[in-house]
Design a protein around this ligand. Sequence first.
Ligand code: GLN
Length: 266
Amino acid sequence: MSKIFRSLFFAITLTLLFSANALAGPVLDRIVKTGELTVGTSHDFPPLHVKAKDGTIIGLDADLANGMAMAMGVKIKIVSMNFYDLLPALETGKVDMVVAGMTMTPERNLKVAFVGPYFISGQSILAKHETVVKLNDAEIAEKLEFILAVPKGSTSETITEAILPKAQILVAETMDKALDMVLTGKADAMMADTPFCVVADFRNKDKDLEVSQMFTFEPLGVALPANDVHLINWVENFFMTIQGNGTLEKLTKFWFTNPSWMKELP
Ligand code: GLN
């Protein structure tokens, strides 16, 4: 091999090596190399993610996270934290993705990538019958002065000012703490994703609560690091497959139409 040809060959090999590295997604690469997928979720939004009696996180989100790890052939590590800590954890690489009933808002999407929706949610209010009747009338709702608990960092927190400008807002650490404020009379109502309100209403039948109309349209998706096109592509194809083969529908039916899983809650 001539000297020039040899150095050319060396340069091409190097370029290929580097471009191969640049093409493989950095996060997906790490997941495969370490044999572990780290998924960030929260612990207070049944039936999507909730802490069971044995301390594990169960729900549709946990099933999706497990399904992805299985399809990748790696172990799953589910890390649960308060909802408002999830996006910072994703952006600093503490978790590989977030599966936490997260609404794909344009604002969040400027910072992270989303694949979805795997479920359509929205915000509802959980309150006593008289309050819900007033809130179901948009004109009355706009003028209603009442104390509303909202979970920190959620879309409930961001939309209330626009739709309920006269409400006095109490920001709670979690959905459960917002519910506590209603049950103990500290707040007149709470706002959260409709499925949470429906489950809370079901589990507190003696409290004479009711769930309002849905105030918003919220597509829930998986949040992913914006710099890993390969991982985003992998998750898109995973969801296309489980949507096409009926798995997502079966899982959704299990968690949303059959209350048997509630036995596992504390
Ligand atoms: N869907 C809501 C949001 O994205 C709340 C989700 C949650 O608290 N887990 O803000």
